[in-house]
Structure formats: C-alpha cells, structure tokens
Write a protein that binds this ligand. Structure first.
Ligand SMILES: [Zn+2]
Length: 497
C-alpha cells in the first residue's frame, strides 16, 4: 500500500529546520522525501498543508510493560509509535522460581495486580508483544530488580559468586533473545542493595551484547553527585553505553547540584564514555509512596515492610530516618492514588494537609497510609525548579521521555500529555527550543540510544512510522488536577506494522 503525505513541513528528525516536501511511503517503508511527481496508482493522499510531518515519536522510557499488550491508546494518541518498557529495574520477566515475588515487586509500578501475568523469559514476553501489541512497537529492557527477584527472591544480601554467574547468564539469555538493553532501579529494593561489583559484572554482559544500559540511580537528591560518579565509573569499568534515566536534582536544597551533575556527564564523554540522559517535561515527579522510607524498611517485600511498620520501635526509627532523608517538603508531596475505597478522599491532597486532618505528623500520616493500603500508594512530588528543568530539556545530551505509568487514581499528567505538551507548551508557548530540536529529542536521538537504525528519521528505506500534527495547535492539556485529558492537534499517526 502506498501513501502520500502531501505538502507538509517535513521535520526529518536530524534537528535541521523543516523543508516543504511530500513524503511517499510504500508497503511500510519511506520511499521518497521530496517533491513527489509520480506515485503508484491507488496511492492514498493525506493533505498536510500547514501541518508538520515528523518521524513517529519514540518514548525511550515508560512503564507500560503490561498496558502495551492491552493496546491502550494513551501513547499512540500522543504521536508515539515506539515505546521502551522495562525501565528502572522493573520488567515483567523473567519469573524463575519466585514468580509471585516478581509480580509483587513489579506490580508496584505496573498496576498489574488484577492479572496474574507470568512471563518466564524475555522471549515469552516478546512473543506476547508480537501477538498482542497492535498499536505500538515495543522495545523492552531487562529489569535488574525483576531479574534478581526471579532468581533469588526479594533478598537484600550480597550474592555469591555462583549466584552472580546465574544472574549474568540469565541477563545474557534475555539480551540474546531480543531485549533492547538492561535497566537498574537503585532506589528500589532489592536492586538498591547491589554493590558496584554486581552491576559492573552485569554491565559487562550488556557491553558484549552491544545494548544500552539505563539507570534509575541510587540518589537524585542529597547524593546526586556521588550517584553520577558511580554510574560513570560503572560505564568506564564495563565499557557500556550509559543512559541516566530521568536526570534531575530533587528538592530545593539540591537544586544547585544539577549543573555539576551535567558537567560530570560532559567530562565522562570527553573521557570517551558514551553517556547521555533523559527527562520528562514536567516539574513534578511520580512514584510509589514507599520511596519516602529508607530502603532497609523494604527488605523482604511488602509483608516484611508492613511488619516493621506495625512494630512501634521499628516504626519510630523508620520515621526518623525517612524525615532525615527527605529532600522535598511534605507540602510538595501529593497522594496520586490509593487502593482502597475508604481512603479515596486523600487523593489529590498533600501530606501536610492529610496529617493535619488526622491530627498526626505528616510522616505518621504517610506511614499510616502505607499500612492501610498494604503499600499500594502512589505520590506526585514537586521536586524540580523551572530553571533546572529548562537546562535539562535544552541540553544536547537530553532525550525527552514520558516515564508514564498507570495507577488506580490520578496518574501523573505525563502519561497522557508528555509529547504534545513538549511541542505545544515547551516549544511554542515558552519558546525554550526550536521545534526541530524538540522533534530530534523524541525521534532520532532515542533511536540512536537504542541502536535502532530503521527509524527515527524521515529518510528513504526507513520504517514508515509517521506523525502529523498542527504546530499552531498541538497541546497536552493533561494537568495535575485533571490528568486524563487527550492531546490536541495530533492529526494522525501511522505505523509500519
Ligand atoms: Zn525511574
């Protein structure tokens, strides 16, 4: 089948200014980008006058591992044609001997509680993708946390040499059977307990397979710079290509650290390390509320954590450590979702208000909520300054991501809004960068990070993944208060199947 995208402003993905041209696609491939005079009979014509024609967007970092199989529309509606899942150490495989533990671990991010999903290996998951995912192309990273839990359960002790061998072999198998890379989540137990030596060993496997290593580092707040150093050393020691996931300096006390963090990545590149980073275009972040607790509180999984929180002495110590480790104010942390009907009233409120209403300190309110919800509470936290966000988004090493995940309640607006928000609010309204540069950060740049050579540009021979939008109208109206709003101005999305 042939299609002619006629007379649009063509943004080719390179970051070069647009040219007025036609794009002809034939049988799922781009055939011509030019003034197309002749085309096959029966070619379907899409009039693109006044519209932007771009490569399909690539979301380099999401947590839709299960939802891509359900053909959810949130990402395709934003112009996304390829989505990368398996981030921050969470992948829905392997399952190994500890199937239920893997599900409990990963469901904190996946919202997959209702389905007893099970994928024994990367191959099984990727086969399910091939059968079921019809709206989007999926690339999957092997999550370090899932891998570790699958093989050894939710344990926080150091692995033996034989256990490390088994971990390495399992990772190698997943990469060999089609996983796009490896991710760590070093703020999520049990991945957080892995020493440098374990990570270096696994990253060596990633290097040998020529894949990408993406990391949710050990800290984005008080220890941000130490965390960057560790990752740079890891890339240096193992030779892997490093992607620092959702780079930012969390909490006003740490905002001055961000410039130094960027310097460190640039220094690493001067030393020959292939290091880049990504971020979503919003000032607030979103994760599970248990992230406020010290990692030691999470050892052994949810039941063990709840046991500790119910013990008055342990609870007191955990609360003290949590408060000492917080970079945000309690008024910066909003409850995004809870599992029970009884607590729905706290959704949308910040911890200070919830504490005041309950007549307890905000940290006690947070711990009570974690107990009442069996750990299933998500938060939205206002972490970043606008100035720092701008410095990140406009940095030449930055890809723009959604980091979106689904919740039972109010999701972060990035789930429904990221890409049109970038093109509308950040580019057109705030004028932080030219449109062609923003498009590069969501097409060719993430494709290059993944080593995908068949997409990311509008160029003859590449996949006919194409997004057409109206630069004058494009917008992502999803907000913190009302996040489930569809994008505006995305005219059409075509994906080569
Ligand atoms: Zn993360």
């Amino acid at each position: 089948m042939a299609m002619l995208f006629a007379g649009g402003l063509v943004y080719d993905g390179t970051g070069a200014p647009p040219v007025r041209a036609d794009v002809l696609t034939v049988d799922g491939r781009i055939a011509e980008v030019d003034t197309v005079a002749t085309y096959p009979e029966g070619t379907k014509r899409v009039d693109c006058a006044g519209l932007a024609v771009a490569p399909g967007f690539i979301d380099l970092h999401s947590h839709s591992d299960l939802q891509v199989l359900e053909n959810r529309r949130e990402k395709p509606l934003q112009g996304v044609t390829t989505e990368v899942v398996g981030n921050c150490g969470f992948s829905p495989y392997p399952c190994g001997d500890h199937e239920a533990d893997v599900r409990e671990f990963a469901n904190s991010i996946f919202r997959g509680g209702a389905r007893a999903w099970r994928y024994g290996s990367a191959r099984e998951y990727l086969d399910a993708v091939a059968r079921q995912a019809e709206l989007i192309a999926v690339e999957s990273l092997v999550g370090h946390g899932s891998l570790r839990v699958a093989l050894f359960g939710n344990r926080q002790d150091e692995l033996t040499a034989a256990e490390l061998d088994a971990l390495g072999a399992c990772l190698d198998d997943a990469l060999a059977s089609g996983a796009a890379g490896f991710s760590t989540g070093l703020m999520y137990a049990p991945g957080s307990c892995a020493p440098f030596s374990e990570l270096a060993r696994l990253c060596g496997t990633v290097t040998r397979r020529g894949k990408l290593y993406a990391t949710h580092m050990r800290s984005y707040s008080f220890q941000l710079l130490e965390a960057i150093d560790e990752q740079v050393n890891l890339a240096f020691a193992s030779g892997c290509r490093l992607q620092v996931s959702h780079l930012q300096a969390v909490g006003h006390l740490n905002w001055d650290k961000q410039a130094r963090a960027l310097d460190k990545l640039e220094e690493a590149r001067r030393m020959g390390i292939d290091a880049e980073f990504d971020i979503y275009p919003y000032q607030a972040g979103s994760t599970v509320l248990t992230q406020l607790l010290p990692q030691s509180a999470l050892d052994g999984g949810t039941a063990a954590m709840l046991g500790r929180l119910r013990n008055p002495d342990e609870r007191r110590a955990i609360a003290r450590e949590a408060v000492a480790g917080m970079a945000q104010r309690f008024s910066d942390v909003f409850i995004a979702s809870v599992a029970t009907e009884a607590n729905q009233t706290v959704v949308g409120q910040h911890l200070e208000t919830i504490g005041a209403a309950r007549g307890v300190d905000p940290i006690e309110a947070a711990i009570d909520l974690i107990i009442e919800e069996q750990g299933l509470v998500n938060m939205i936290s206002f972490n970043q300054s606008e100035e720092n966000l701008r410095a990140l988004l406009t940095h030449p090493l930055c890809s723009v991501i959604s980091d979106g995940f689904y919740v039972n309640g109010r999701p972060h607006p990035r789930l429904h809004g990221t890409f049109p928000f970038l093109l509308g609010e950040i580019v057109r309204e705030r004028k932080w960068m030219p449109l062609e540069v923003a498009i590069h950060k969501i097409t060719a740049k993430p494709a290059a990070r993944l080593g995908l050579t068949d997409r990311g540009y509008l160029r003859p021979g590449l996949r006919a993944d194409i997004t057409v939008f109206d630069p004058a109208r494009v917008a992502g109206p999803a907000s913190y208060e009302n996040p489930e709003q569809d994008p505006v101005g995305i005219v059409g999305v075509w994906r080569a199947s």
